[in-house]
Design a protein around this ligand. Structure first.
Ligand SMILES: Cc1ncc(COP(=O)(O)O)c(C=O)c1O
Length: 286
């Protein structure tokens, strides 16, 4: 269920190191099959990298359990939190993961900046991945020594304006309160699921028990791009396509979905408008 950004870097790493990429299967509801995951784990497993919340299905993965299981075989765990941090409170120490990453623009900050959390011991053991100004303590032609964390990994002039924007976005989210955001969005997600399930021709893709803030769906005989374009004319913004999760589309045997993404600024009246818009489109295609 991974976004391409949690597939392609590992494929590059596999090419460089000869490592093998193995994929945890999911069931028809869009949940990780934990027994299959267990079978994939052994002492040769180096890294487990998994999405916290699927951007296409909305599945919330049991990341704490997944981390514990990985640690039992000595693997390091990396979690892609791009779709989690804006929807509910995340505690990396409680999860126990070794790395946790998210993009700023998913929590209303500017693009081009994000956060990588890592356990100090691991980050200290890692070599810099980029060289440049500020990531050094001293440089000579004979030998360069590297700066302390986090500077070791922040070569060159940083994205200063991005960092200021990200800080303000995080403060904004905290002013609203992640607990309140989660409660409100959960209600709206339930409401959306109920309303859309009443449309006979519509099938929701991603029906896991633990779910957050997106409803992906397909409608028989109507391409998601047509649905997206027509809803747009009614002033309704949805996303249509493979959502950068092509292997997931293959898993479900579909080319694309239409996805309604729910945030704290949405209302149940907007969901009603979405349902009206969809019914209109279905009638047009009949
Ligand atoms: C789950 C998930 N992971 C990763 C990304 C990639 O984020 P970025 O485009 O900032 O690299 C996205 C967003 O597109 C996402 O939804």
């Amino acid at each position: 269920m991974e976004h391409h950004s949690n597939i392609v870097p590992w494929q590059i790493l596999c090419e460089q190191t000869g490592a093998i990429l193995r994929v945890i299967p999911i069931d028809d509801t869009g949940e990780i099959i934990l027994e299959e995951y267990k079978k994939l784990l052994n002492e040769r497993t180096k890294i487990v990298s998994i999405v916290h919340v699927s951007n296409t299905l909305g599945t919330i993965n049991p990341v704490k359990k997944i981390t514990e299981m990985a640690h039992e075989v000595g693997a390091v765990v990396m979690i892609d939190g791009a779709q989690a941090i804006q929807h509910f409170a995340v505690d990396v120490q409680e999860i126990g993961c070794d790395f946790y990453a998210f993009s700023g623009h998913k929590l209303y900050a500017p693009t081009g900046i994000g956060v990588l959390y890592g356990k100090r011991k691991l980050l200290e053991a890692m070599k810099p991945y980029q060289g440049g100004g500020d990531m050094i303590l001293s440089v000579s032609f004979e030998k360069t020594t590297y700066n302390e964390l986090p500077h070791k990994f922040e070569a060159g002039t940083p994205n200063i304006s991005g960092a200021i924007g990200l800080g303000i976005a995080i403060n904004y989210i905290h002013t609203l309160g992640l607990e309140q955001i989660a409660i409100y969005e959960d209600e709206l997600l339930k409401y959306t699921t109920t309303i859309l399930s009443e449309i006979q021709q519509l099938k929701i893709i991603g029906t896991s028990k633990q779910k957050s803030s997106v409803v992906s769906f397909v409608i028989d005989g109507i391409h998601p791009h047509d649905i997206g374009t027509m809803l747009d004319r009614d002033g309704i913004a949805v996303r249509a396509g493979h959502h950068c999760t092509q292997p997931l589309m293959k898993r479900f045997g579909i080319p694309a979905t239409t996805r309604a993404s729910i945030s704290f600024y949405n209302t149940s009246a907007e969901i009603d408008a979405l349902a009206v818009g969809l019914k209109k489109i279905i009638r047009m295609f009949e």
